[in-house]
Design a protein around this ligand. Sequence first.
Ligand SMILES: NC(=O)c1ccc[n+]([C@@H]2O[C@H](COP(=O)([O-])OP(=O)(O)OC[C@H]3O[C@@H](n4cnc5c(N)ncnc54)[C@H](OP(=O)(O)O)[C@@H]3O)[C@@H](O)[C@H]2O)c1
Length: 259
Amino acid sequence: MRVLVTGATGRLGRVALPRLRDEGHTVRAVSRRARSDAGVEWVAADLATGEGLAAAVDGVEAVLHLASSPDRRTHQIDVLGTRRLVLAAGHAGVGHLVYVSIVGVDRVPLGYYRHKLAAEQVVAAGPVPWSVLRATQFPEFLDELLRSASRLGPVVGDRAVLAQPVDPGEVAGRLTAMLAAGPTGRIEEFGGPEVLRYDEAVRAWRAARGSRRPLLPVRIPGRLGRELRAGGLTTTATPTGTRTWADHLADTYGGTGRR
Ligand SMILES: NC(=O)c1ccc[n+]([C@@H]2O[C@H](COP(=O)([O-])OP(=O)(O)OC[C@H]3O[C@@H](n4cnc5c(N)ncnc54)[C@H](OP(=O)(O)O)[C@@H]3O)[C@@H](O)[C@H]2O)c1
């Protein structure tokens, strides 16, 4: 198939591109900036304005929509930008749009998640046959979160929050399989192989980094805290990924990180 990938320069996009090529697809990749590299046709397009989108979707059979902007102009880019993309794709006769979302967008009260849920609804209401994959957090995201939570010394956090990190390469594999299977009009979930409490994740992280920073427990208040402690970011869906938090720590820091 000819597949357009938005968010192709992102963490997930970077591992999705080679997988799609390995499966024999012809890949066209979107970035806001002009780029070039062998084996991928890069096009410039901006979801915030719609510029370049019509040309980007022209002649493709499927779209893998990974682009997102969690920190700025999220409504403009994730919700309205998804609408612009879906309408352009409908106009171009695209046969399948796969959108990647996050496990818990329908439960966990975070502003970013509300936008992701709204974007899912835009996809489902749009003219292009669709599938949605909600993934859990990537280990790199958890790693960054722990680094920022320990900026002032101890690792601050709610020790009972549950996470289920999933390898982005395995998410890319799942997305590639969904493209091959065709549109389902359904939301699927995909998580990592283990559910970890925050304090367990911190222990393994400290061991892998040879760090002695203590955990400074705080309790996240209100409904947000309740949802996070009740597993709002986790899924019971099977199959799951196979790569563990310890695998990520071993690759990143060289230690085993195993408890
Ligand atoms: N990170 C996680 O733990 C996680 C977990 C589950 C699901 N997800 C979802 O997976 C997807 C990819 O996440 P990621 O961590 O790989 O993202 P990322 O590394 O933050 O990359 C974001 C991508 O969005 C593109 N983008 C941003 N603004 C844009 C705009 N105005 N127009 C066009 N493209 C724009 C960027 O492209 P350029 O800068 O090249 O223009 C970049 O490729 C997201 O939808 C996210 O919600 C993430």
